[in-house]
Design a binder for this molecule. Structure first.
Ligand code: CA
Length: 474
């Protein structure tokens, strides 16, 4: 009898152990996703793209333990539309997000339309928990805020930028805002609650990232860490400034300090993943939301022409690395063109539960191209449109790119002319016309902007005199 009981006990223990193992292996099979997005960082401002004056050893680890993409793009040359593309996996012009949104907490149409599905919403279908940290910029109206767009947690701010020192955060909430750039001084939000914070903003975001990894460690999670660094205003603490006695230019020096703070943050995040044994099955992406505005923040786009706001390479080609040790071997360099829209498409097919997305995606799953299972190129064509400026660009996978500006169209070959030097313009009218036709075809699927953006501050204010007033106080 005793023996039988012992056997049943052992059997039950075995079942429990087996079950526990199953739970553990199930939870391990859907990878965690971390997107680390910087703001207005130049193509040449990371070690893995050859930066010499700003060491970024932690960001570089993502490339050395995974892959660096040399021809990686975002879908727009400024913050808001680029983020709308990233978080939906779709060209933002499909849904009219063609401008940087104005800060308008009473306007349900000023931001990412509710017809769009965010990556957090898609991943929820596979039981992910999601958190966004830092800059939201996809709408300040209640219905457009992170907790209504698939995220379980939010720590950060709603506007397109923010002051970095907590002593400058003097506004209690969005209804104390009087003008477009006042939200830079609002107190931070944790979910729907304003918080008292004492840390330098970049450090606060890194600390929260580590804490949320701890919070979510037992289930698949998605973290969208949207640092506003190194976007203006240029503000850094002595701790980081002291690292750059080598840089004389005060603008570049502060910029370097801000990048260094981000790099420290990436370091503690990667360490946390290691400590929790999560590194192997966590996909980490690192990229900037657009090219560097070199004159404004002291960034450096290297050989690329132009910067933030341009459809030249300097505006849209960005530093981009990813790692996923479980599937991707380290030290890869991938030279074919890819785009930030690929993140969504890559991620949603790696989950254990199959995700049906709400809308048609524009990206591709990059993994087969990185493992060598597919030797084709991920994209034959990539497109950019700046609606208000009537600028556009399209490039193909062999390096031909046309730039359409108000006064004409130019053809460059990026393999021969990465700097898009006007003296090296191509005269191949066949290729030019072919790309132009392809652009027109794509453009015909896009729609006109659905909200007035940053360039329309005055016009919007006149139409909405109670823009910043709490609605029931009108
Ligand atoms: Ca930006």
């Amino acid at each position: 009898m005793k023996k039988k009981m012992l056997l049943s006990l052992l059997f039950a223990l075995g079942m429990l152990f087996g079950a526990a193992q199953n739970i553990s292996s199930n939870s391990q099979s859907s990878p965690n996703i971390i997107i680390i997005l910087t703001d207005d960082m130049g193509y040449a401002d990371v070690g893995f793209n050859g930066c010499l004056d700003i060491p970024t050893p932690n960001i570089d680890k993502i490339a050395s333990q995974g892959v660096k993409f040399t021809n990686a793009y975002v879908s727009y040359a400024v913050c808001g539309p680029s983020r709308a593309g990233l978080i939906t996996g779709r060209y933002q012009d499909r849904f009219g997000f063609s401008r940087n949104p104005l800060f308008a907490p009473n306007d349900p149409n000023m931001g990412l339309p509710l017809t769009e599905e965010t990556l957090a919403e898609a991943l929820k279908k596979a039981n992910y928990k999601s958190v966004v940290l830092g800059k939201w910029h996809l709408g300040a109206h209640e219905s457009l805020r992170p907790l209504n767009r698939g995220f379980d947690d939010f720590f950060g701010f709603l506007s397109g930028g923010h002051e970095y020192f907590p002593e400058n955060w003097t506004l209690q909430n969005e209804y104390e805002v009087k003008a477009q750039f006042d939200p830079y001084r609002t107190k931070l939000l944790r979910n729907n609650i304003r918080v008292e914070e004492e840390a330098y903003l970049t450090d606060a975001l890194s600390r929260e990232a580590v804490n949320y990894i701890e919070k979510y460690k037992n289930q698949p999670f998605f973290m969208y860490l949207a640092y506003n660094a190194p976007h203006a205003p240029l503000q850094a603490t002595e701790k980081y400034l002291n690292r750059f006695d080598n840089i004389q230019d005060p603008k570049r020096k502060t910029y370097a300090a801000m990048v260094s703070a981000v790099d420290d943050g990436v370091g503690i995040i990667l360490d946390k993943l290691e400590a929790l044994n999560l590194s192997e099955n966590t996909i980490v992406f690192f990229l900037s939301d657009n090219g560097g505005p070199e004159k404004t923040n002291g960034s450096d786009n290297g050989l690329l022409r132009g910067g933030k706001g341009d459809v030249f390479e300097g505006g849209i080609r960005i530093p981009f690395a990813m790692k996923w040790p479980k599937k991707i071997s380290g030290g890869l360099v991938f030279d074919s063109p890819i785009i930030s829209l690929d993140i969504f498409s890559t991620v949603i097919v790696q989950t254990q539960k199959i995700i049906q997305t709400k809308n048609k995606l524009d990206g591709v799953n990059l993994i087969p191209y990185l493992t060598g299972d597919n030797n084709e190129k991920p994209h034959e064509l990539l497109f950019w449109r700046k609606f208000d400026q009537e600028n556009y660009a399209i490039r193909n996978s062999s390096g031909d790119k046309i730039i359409g500006l108000k006064h004409g169209v130019k053809l460059f070959n990026l393999n021969e002319n990465i700097g898009e030097d006007d003296t090296l313009i191509q005269n191949n009218t066949e290729s030019l016309n072919e790309l132009k036709n392809q652009y027109e075809k794509w453009n015909s699927q896009m729609i006109t902007p659905v909200f007035l953006g940053l360039g329309y501050d005055k016009e919007y204010g006149e139409k909405h005199p109670n823009r910043f007033k709490k609605q029931n106080q009108n």
